[in-house]
Design a binder for this molecule. Structure first.
Ligand SMILES: Cc1cc2nc3c(=O)[nH]c(=O)nc-3n(C[C@H](O)[C@H](O)[C@H](O)COP(=O)(O)OP(=O)(O)OC[C@H]3O[C@@H](n4cnc5c(N)ncnc54)[C@H](O)[C@@H]3O)c2cc1C
Length: 450
């Protein structure tokens, strides 16, 4: 059971009648999707939802629950995270955001995901701006957002084999996230001293570099503001609580909540109830923090984009950038801390890659390293897609749509979290798994074959 908490009231909630509807046929296996709906008498009762994890996934889903909850009933969203906001991979992410694959192909639902991410970034920015106006927040650097650096991303081509396909893919770019194919001289105007080995680079002028920590802080603040505003504007109460707590088992929450949404990133697979049941691979990544020493006069130009190659350089200002990232498929270590041995191994891998594309990196000093664990989903015909859906059958054997999963954001958390958080919140609130695109829930049907 949960620790005693004055904010948590025992409610004797009765879950509405469940109906099971036969739906898709997958690989000759009939799958059952679960659907239950709140009857009107029940919907007026307070609804309590636990969101487990305060990374990109958890905060996106919390925002969308608060926004889309019924205007007729009290809604309480409790977020649980042992490390607080951004304590997992989200808090250390490089922050590169665009809707394209390494071969600059538009990703699955790339247009929709891109739009939703831009909207959620704006919402977080506005929340931080409000704080600044109240004299309580960080001062914006030169009037610029503390959350987003809007300078685009440049990808020099490094593999002649993929050039044709990349050129073809670039033609199908989004109008609001363009890909310009440019030659060495144009690329070097954008980033002086850039190395462009094949005399070709792909420039995404609208791509973004997000300061992940500031974004998560802004997004949580936006959730708080929304809950307060909806309560004071005459809607029934919206309540939001953040609990710092290590969760050992999802079933701890069984009695207290109408729905429990697991947003533990790679560590969803470490829960005893889900262990060995998810097609999710953990992959540790290390990022090096770089800084230009005071003795170096030449700064990274103010309007130059970040660089994406075998390694990436995520620019955070004239004298700060991140260099990432390693891919350790053997490690399940989710600690942010990096040992001296691990750091030196990572730098041995990253530095030559960075030098090959941006030789001026040799003037920069490594000031530290951070680590995080990605939850990598399997490759499907639509690419590597996050894992969503009801997971009651793995937890209590029922089909009641009480327990939900939102994981497998892989290396694309920023692109996927906003749209999928919205879809998942809508599915949870209407207790209808069919609102989720089949591509995101198909992993469950494939599991049945095992
Ligand atoms: C090195 C690196 C660089 C990256 N760079 C980028 C990038 O540039 N762009 C991009 O889009 N993506 C990037 N990613 C991927 C991105 O970080 C992830 O896709 C995203 O953070 C996943 O978000 P999440 O909310 O699912 O998981 P997480 O951010 O890991 O959140 C899970 C949360 O759950 C908490 N938690 C877990 N287990 C428990 C438990 N048992 N009890 C209590 N709390 C628990 C954790 O403390 C954590 O806060 C990068 C990842 C890494 C590792």
């Amino acid at each position: 059971m949960l620790a005693q908490n004055p904010a948590i009231i025992s409610l004797n909630w009765k879950w509405p009648k469940t109906t099971i509807t036969p739906t898709r046929i997958t690989n000759n296996l009939t799958s059952l999707s679960v659907r239950c709906s709140f009857s009107s008498s029940v919907s007026r009762q307070p609804l309590r939802i636990a969101v487990l994890g305060a990374g990109f996934a958890g905060l996106s889903v919390a925002w969308n629950l608060l926004l889309n909850g019924s205007k007729e009933s009290h809604l309480c969203v409790d977020i649980y995270d042992e490390a607080g906001i951004g304590g997992g991979a989200s808090g250390i992410a490089g922050g590169l955001l665009h809707p394209y694959s390494p071969k600059v192909k538009l990703l699955w639902q790339g247009a929709e995901c891109w739009e939703e991410s831009l909207s959620l970034l704006t919402i977080a920015e506005q929340a931080l701006l409000k704080l600044v106006k109240q004299g309580k927040g960080e001062i914006l650097e030169d009037g610029e957002s503390v959350i987003v650096r809007r300078r685009g991303i440049l990808r020099p081509a490094v593999n002649s084999k993929n050039m044709n396909i990349m050129s073809e893919n670039a033609q199908n770019c989004l109008a609001n996230c363009r890909i310009e194919q440019i030659h060495e001289d144009a690329a070097q105007k954008l980033v002086p001293s850039l190395s462009v080995p094949l005399n070709m680079a792909f420039y995404m002028p609208e791509a973004l570099n997000v300061n992940a920590q500031s974004y998560l802080k802004g997004l949580y603040l936006a959730c708080e503001n929304l809950a307060n505003a909806m309560s004071t504007l005459g809607y029934v109460n919206r309540e939001l609580n953040l609990h710092q707590k290590a969760v050992q088992s999802v079933l701890e929450f069984a009695g207290d909540y109408n729905a429990v949404i697991i947003c533990f990133g790679a560590r969803a697979a470490f829960l005893p109830e889900l262990s060995g049941k998810l097609p999710l691979r953990a992959c540790r990544g290390i990022i090096a923090k770089l800084q230009l020493g005071d003795d170096i006069r030449e700064e990274y130009p103010q309007y130059s984009p970040s660089i994406l190659s075998d390694a990436w350089l995520a620019v955070h200002g004239a004298r700060h950038m991140d260099l990432g990232s390693t891919w350790d498929w053997e490690s399940k270590n989710y600690s942010r801390d990096v040992t001296a041995g691990e750091a030196s191994e990572a730098i041995k891998v990253l530095l030559p890659k960075a030098l090959s594309v941006y030789p001026a990196i040799e003037k920069w000093t490594i000031t530290g390293t951070v680590g995080g664990l990605r939850g990598m989903p399997p490759l499907t015909a639509n690419g590597s897609l996050p894992l969503l859906g009801c997971v009651d059958e793995y937890l209590d054997g029922s089909r009641s749509c009480k327990y939900w999963l939102f994981t497998g954001l892989g290396a694309r958390g920023l692109l996927y979290h906003a749209r999928l958080g919205k879809l998942l919140a809508q599915a949870v609130l209407s207790c209808n798994e069919d609102l989720l695109p089949g591509e995101l829930t198909s992993w469950k049907h494939k599991m049945y074959k095992v």
